[in-house]
Design a protein around this ligand. Structure first.
Ligand code: VG1
Ligand code: CO
Length: 542
């Protein structure tokens, strides 16, 4: 088959961050930009000769064009087969599942996840390995190194097939197999959860709202919830749009405000959830209750045995470092291992592969299990539904019961977005420089007990990751964590994670913002956030 070798020169900064390479859509639309990164990826994983890949994305602007380019490049690089979601659509967890169930060598996910989309928004490309999970640091470093030395890429001269047509198509010697994006994923969910029990719960009058945020989970949630007999109005913003309807597809109280307000209002349904651009995040709400993602992980860990897929118990629970320690308390009670990893799902992969962890979670609305190697928004919703259907209690009752048993880790995250990069880096550098002298010092009424920069050694393969976030432990158990985002595309984003443990039975139902205000003030006194960044308040609070 005819293909061309096209001369190219490197683009600076093609360095995958927390979750793949993200940049503005216009950056990706420059001639050769996508091609360079994709060729570097193919080279970094040892070439594609004879391999099978999975390909799909969250439907954002430029996704279909990018998929066509990648198919032509895969063909020119000798791939045997690429399995593509119809319309180039696949949620991130569904892509992970397909890689695993079809025994593919890897996959490419076209998404910038929770970042806004559209021509003026963001785009992203992420490579996942044969286990279905995001490429580990060693591979992403190799991809980056390759982008810096690239002088040509290969691409088939022929057009890519119509991705709206299911079935097998030839592209040179390569097969392009267009599959339904939902069917296999739905089948997997049925092996994990008691659909009959959830159906009976809906039939008894239980009500729910799901916000697809005009992103990829709309079609998945519609299919799943229809099977469960949920009412036709259950899913809102169900149709994926290239610009997510102009919204910010990040399921949190700020960006899913209408859903949040509905749940805090007079006529709220029993339960609500929302997912992000690529379907790997989830926000959980009950009538009048917002469940913090850290608490959600803990509640799921404590109750997972109520779902058929986890009836045998958990092997271990893993959380990212800035996630609250609520899940650790559950693991301790269950007598299973608890792991603390750097931010980003790629760090859970070895633990899941080795059978050391069953559930994983991040404070950033990510929860998942060993059923795939990505976080999974709809999976979390279904596990909650299964638990609610078995316990027949409200979300509020389940939370109150959980805190009574384990105590409550009051938690909040403050994001200072698109701040000056130099100022943000100076803030972190300055903090890092002072770490050794901080213990014993008093700031804003709190005494610092511990101060370090989180470093991690993977317990399975020994891989090391340093400078993963500054942790300040205050006397009395409160904690503040500082780190810079690795997914943003504008300036820098400072994330300040705050928590404080409480087990006084009379103090379990307080307002988190109030409980954490003094900790936030101590953190500001310590780091000079407002002064250095020129901001009065965070842009987003979760
Ligand atoms: C953020 C979150 C992190 C998550 C990552 C990818 O990264 O904090 O927990 O794994 O996004 O999520 P950062 O570096 O910006 O803090 V997703 O749903 O955007 O793939
Ligand atoms: Co996501």
């Amino acid at each position: 088959t005819a293909f061309s070798t096209v001369d190219t020169t490197p683009f600076a900064g093609q360095k995958p961050g927390t979750s793949g390479l993200r940049a503005t859509t216009r950056t990706f639309m420059q001639p050769r930009y996508l091609e360079n990164f994709v060729q570097a990826t193919f080279d970094a994983v040892g070439g594609l000769s004879g391999k099978t890949l999975v390909l799909g994305g969250d439907g954002r602007f430029f996704g279909a064009e990018a998929a066509a380019t990648i198919l032509r490049m895969a063909a020119a690089n000798g791939a045997a087969r690429v399995i593509v979601g119809r319309g180039a659509l696949l949620s991130t967890p569904a892509a992970s599942n397909l890689i695993r169930s079809r025994g593919a060598d890897g996959g490419i996910i076209l998404s910038a996840s929770h970042n806004p989309g559209g021509e003026d928004g963001d785009f992203g490309v992420k490579y996942n390995g044969a286990n279905g999970g995001p490429a580990p640091e060693a591979v992403t470093a190799e991809i980056h190194a390759r982008t810096e030395a690239l002088d040509a890429y290969r691409i088939a001269d022929a057009d890519a097939p119509d991705l709206d047509a299911p079935g097998e198509h030839a592209l040179g010697d390569m097969i392009v197999e267009v599959v339904d994006p939902v069917v296999d994923y739905l089948a997997l969910m049925k092996t994990l959860f008691d659909f009959d029990a959830i159906r009976a719960h809906f039939a008894s009058g239980f009500t729910m709202r799901f916000d697809g945020m005009h992103a990829i989970t709309g079609p998945y949630a519609t299919a799943v919830l229809a099977e469960l007999g949920a009412g036709p109005d259950t899913v809102m913003n169900a149709v994926p749009l290239p610009d997510f309807g102009g919204g910010h597809p990040d399921p949190n109280p700020t960006w899913a405000r209408p859903l949040y307000d509905e749940m805090m209002g007079g006529n709220a349904p029993d339960f609500a959830a929302a997912s992000d651009g690529d379907g790997d995040r989830n926000m959980i709400l009950g009538r009048g209750v917002y469940v913090s993602p850290s608490d959600s992980l803990a509640v799921l860990a404590a109750n997972a045995h109520l779902a058929p897929g986890y009836a045998g118990g958990l092997k271990g629970v893993a959380r990212s470092m800035p996630t609250s320690r609520a899940a650790d308390r559950v693991a301790a009670k269950l007598g299973v291992e608890a792991f603390e990893t750097p931010t980003g799902w790629k760090y859970f992969g070895t633990l899941l592969d080795a059978g050391r962890a069953t559930l994983c979670g991040e404070e950033s609305f990510g929860t998942g299990s060993d059923h795939v190697r990505e976080k999974d928004g709809l999976w979390a919703v279904l596990l909650w539904l299964n638990i609610l259907a078995v316990r027949r209690q409200s979300v509020a009752e389940i939370m109150a019961d959980h805190w009574k048993t384990y105590g409550r880790d009051y938690y909040t995250r403050h994001d200072y977005e698109a701040v000056d990069k130099t100022a943000a880096e100076a803030l972190m550098d300055d903090l890092r420089g002072r770490l050794a002298g901080l213990p014993g010092q008093s700031v804003g009424g709190y005494t610092v007990e511990t101060a370090d920069d989180f470093a991690y050694t993977d317990p399975i393969d020994g891989a090391k990751a340093a400078k993963q976030g500054v942790r300040i432990g205050f006397q009395g158990g409160a904690r503040a964590v500082f780190r810079l985002s690795g997914t943003g595309t504008q300036g820098a984003t400072l994330r300040l994670y705050l928590e404080r443990f409480e087990d006084d039975p009379a103090r379990l139902a307080l307002d988190p913002a109030q409980v954490l205000r003094p900790v936030a003030e101590a953190a500001d006194a310590l780091a000079g956030i407002r002064e250095r960044l020129g901001r009065d308040a965070p842009d987003v609070t979760t």
